[in-house]
Design a protein around this ligand. Structure first.
Ligand SMILES: C[S@@+](CC[C@H](N)C(=O)[O-])C[C@H]1O[C@@H](n2cnc3c(N)ncnc32)[C@H](O)[C@@H]1O
Length: 236
């Protein structure tokens, strides 16, 4: 696994650097955790009703977008964007806090597990609001701060390693934990409502402990108080 050099970086630079250097590790991690991937994919597929009109912000390597039939994205890390482009997806360079799109020009927006990496989460959600058409939808997925996964990641980051007795067989690469700021579902709800999104709906999945979560593919269920993966949809 590639090591990120330690120099003083702001959050976006740190994220760009780690996702540039670790793009392949990210891809390999999902391949090693295929049931977890399919479980998250199931939950997203229930919420994304217009994939052909959906813009994925922080699209990463396009692994989810490809399976969901999403055709366009925005991504700050060039290495991740290139992997998504190789999957036939149109990707603009950019970041969630300053979307390179006109007001009221998009029908659906996905922020798929990116907010933990975003410095100004309120700005990212209000940018999505700005570019969505009236009646358009935002879909936000998170590993909530209160989830076992976020707690495991915090512990691993603090201790500098994963404890094998607590962790899945193939844990998330440690390099991606630096600079993460997990937000709780209730903080996300507050931000979305403050920005103006209404009619919030929730789906959750990954209800087993992280150690056993990749054992089988899980269906998603309504709500947000049980799952380690939560998807919230709101309407402009
Ligand atoms: C955990 S990955 C998720 C990728 C993809 N959405 C998925 O679900 O597989 C987080 C992604 O967010 C991107 N990212 C980090 N900071 C960002 C920002 N400020 N705006 C948009 N994307 C950002 C990273 O480069 C990375 O590709």
């Amino acid at each position: 696994m590639t090591k990120i050099k330690s120099k003083k970086l702001n959050r976006l630079e740190l994220n760009q650097e780690k996702f540039n250097q670790g793009a392949e590790d990210f891809e390999i991690w999902f391949k090693n955790n295929e049931n977890l991937f399919l479980t998250e994919l199931n939950a997203l597929a229930k919420m994304i009703t217009k994939p052909e009109k959906c813009l994925s912000v922080g699209i990463g390597n396009g692994l989810f977008a490809e399976k969901l039939d999403i055709k366009k994205g925005v991504e700050p890390s060039q290495a991740m964007a290139d992997l998504a482009r190789a999957r036939g997806i149109e990707v603009k360079a950019g970041k969630a806090e300053a979307l390179p799109f006109a007001d009221r020009s998009i029908e659906q927006i996905l922020l798929g597990t990116i907010l933990a990496y975003v410095e100004d989460k309120q700005k990212a959600v209000s940018e999505a609001y700005r570019v969505l058409k009236k009646g358009g939808e935002i879909i936000v997925s998170i590993l909530p701060a209160e989830s076992s996964f976020a707690l495991l990641y915090r512990l691993a980051f603090l201790e500098g390693h994963y404890r094998t007795e607590l962790s899945p067989k193939y844990p998330y690469p440690m390099d991606f934990l630096a600079g993460t700021d997990w937000l709780s579902t209730e903080e996300l709800i507050e931000i979305m409502e403050e920005v103006g999104f209404k009619n919030l709906e929730f789906r959750q999945t990954l209800t087993k402990h992280p150690k056993y979560v990749n054992d089988e593919v899980e269906k998603s269920i309504p709500g947000y108080k049980k799952g380690d993966y939560v998807v919230v949809r709101g309407e402009k």
